[in-house]
Ligand binder design. Sequence first.
Ligand SMILES: [Cu+2]
Length: 159
Amino acid sequence: MLKSTGAAVAATLLAGCSGGGGGDGGDDGGDEGGDETTATEEDSGSGDGGSGGDNTVAVSPDGGLNFAPEELTVSVGDTVTWDFQAPTHNVAAWPDMHDKISIPDGAEGFGTMEKGGDAYATVGEGETFEHTFETAGEYTYVCTPHAASGMVATIVVEE
Ligand SMILES: [Cu+2]
């Protein structure tokens, strides 16, 4: 009989843990500039402060006897541009030129013709006329040749 002595030699492996934490503790140096005020970013961005685009009135759009828009609101200091899209029209806001014209007290009249000029003088197609409003109030103006046909419109000037 063979006796097999299975001697298992348990090799005990000593896992040497060379531990020992030599803690070199750095005393972390103190208070480095503590409270940083988190800059509140006031987002002053978004600067779309444009005062509402173009103050343009079309004169006879599509050949009609009208101004478009028929009523336009602007602010004091704004300039309105009339864009003549057809011939034989004008802009008249001189109160003595037509009884449908009215302007605020103390305001200056305006028109494509001069004050006291030819009330029926017209402007060519493609031309423009500008007026800057310095006095608040309501201005009703006409195209003199077509005022009787309702070619009347209003500019409201706000403070
Ligand atoms: Cu007209």
